[in-house]
Write a protein that binds this ligand. Structure first.
Ligand code: HPA
Ligand SMILES: [Zn+2]
Length: 370
């Protein structure tokens, strides 16, 4: 990375470029493909729902709760994340949670979202699937009608629980399958390799669903291989540790597999030590189809545009990188080819009408060199 202390000119140039890139990142249309809806529960709403449901929290106020959001690893985050979601009881709570997220990302020019929900964590608290799915789905319908945001809903299995639990959950989900768009795998990664979930994923695929799995966030490249070979995933969530294995990178590139990368999450959970060492540009350079996502925005310090902002502030991101990242987000979305083409047109227009470099870009866009 350029050392901005090098010369006054470097500082000026860097800031000038960054302002333009920031504006472009803000206003370009984009999809978010890696978002745990329970991780979008802001402390203010969490307290409101606790109050509404008569739940006593161990934190006196919003500031005390926020202060607890300091993590050394994935597990430390998960411990507090599962406590936080305990305020979700009624359909209305799931609605309010999802609606708050949609309203928030509408301001980031997010036009399509694919959201995870941790059904097993709620089932274990006695919250039926119809409450969970009913509330989330109703907000997603309103999101389309009122904000123009299209969406998909992904039931994510918890890998710290046995596969039998996931199979039971899939059986329980039978009456709701028409309201689901795919299945995922999340929670504590190390010690819970994808191979432990091969049967439940095979069943999901037999039912005609798309599947994805968190792999290579804290776990090794081998877990990414297992997700590909044994779970036959359509996407990889995170995938950072793929970079440790050159043959795996070549394979992911050849297959055009989308990686849903989450920069602020990686920083907060110490998957990367500093943002200027985040590997997302290396991923792009090696031909990996990385996307930018927020993961759990209420816990990790920001929504999707905050993630773009952090990358632009700390890495030598170019306009082409922004274009590629947003393009990948639509390419990786589980939507029809027609919908994809519409969104990609919108994206091309956002770049073509960007005055600075417009000539340059329209040439590349027309030639599909990007
Ligand atoms: O970042 C994550 N990793 C694994 N499981 C999760 N569940 C919510 N967020 C995460
Ligand atoms: Zn995640």
């Amino acid at each position: 990375m350029l050392d901005s202390a090098q010369s006054p000119l470097a500082i000026h140039h860097g800031e000038y470029m960054n302002a333009e890139l920031l504006q472009l990142a803000q206003r370009m249309p984009k999809a978010e493909l890696h978002l745990h809806i329970e991780g979008s529960l802001e402390p203010e709403l969490l307290f409101r729902l606790a109050d509404r449901n008569g739940i006593r929290l161990n934190y006196p106020d919003v500031n005390a709760l926020r202060a607890a959001y300091a993590f050394n690893n994935l597990q430390e985050f998960l411990d507090i994340y599962y406590i936080g979601m305990s305020v979700l009881r009624e359909e209305e709570d799931f609605y309010d949670l999802t609606w708050a997220y949609l309203e928030r990302v509408h301001r980031d020019n997010v036009v399509h979202v694919e959201i995870f929900f941790d059904s097993q964590a709620h089932l274990d608290r006695g919250i039926p699937l119809e409450v969970q799915i009913g509330g989330i789905r109703r907000a997603l319908r309103d999101g389309l009608a009122q904000l123009g945001i299209s969406s998909k809903l992904i039931l994510s299995f918890l890998r710290h629980l046995p596969e039998a639990h996931a199979l039971e959950t899939l059986a329980l989900a039978q009456p709701f399958l028409d309201q689901l768009d795919g299945f995922g795998l999340d929670s504590s990664e190390i010690g819970h390799p994808p191979e432990q979930f091969a049967r439940v994923f095979a069943r999901c695929r037999e039912l005609g669903f798309r599947v994805t799995a968190h792999a290579g966030e804290e776990g090794p490249a081998e877990y990414v291989r297992q997700a590909l070979d044994l779970l036959r995933v359509d996407r990889i969530d995170h995938g950072n540790h793929s970079l440790d294995d050159a043959a795996l990178v070549r394979r992911l590139t050849a297959e055009g597999k989308i990686l849903t990368v989450c920069p602020l999450s990686n920083l907060k959970l110490r998957v990367v030590q500093t943002m200027d060492r985040h590997p997302i540009l290396t991923m792009l350079e090696r031909g990996l189809k990385a996307t930018v996502n927020s993961d759990d925005p209420a816990y990790f310090g920001g929504y999707v545009n905050d993630n773009y902002r952090a990358l632009i502030a700390h890495l030598p991101v170019t306009r082409e990188d922004l274009y590629r990242l947003a393009r990948n987000s639509f390419e990786g979305a589980w939507i029809s080819e027609e919908a994809k083409a519409t969104y990609l047109d919108e994206l091309d227009r956002a770049f073509a009408t960007d005055r600075r470099g417009a000539r340059d870009m329209s040439r590349r866009v027309a030639g599909r060199a990007i």
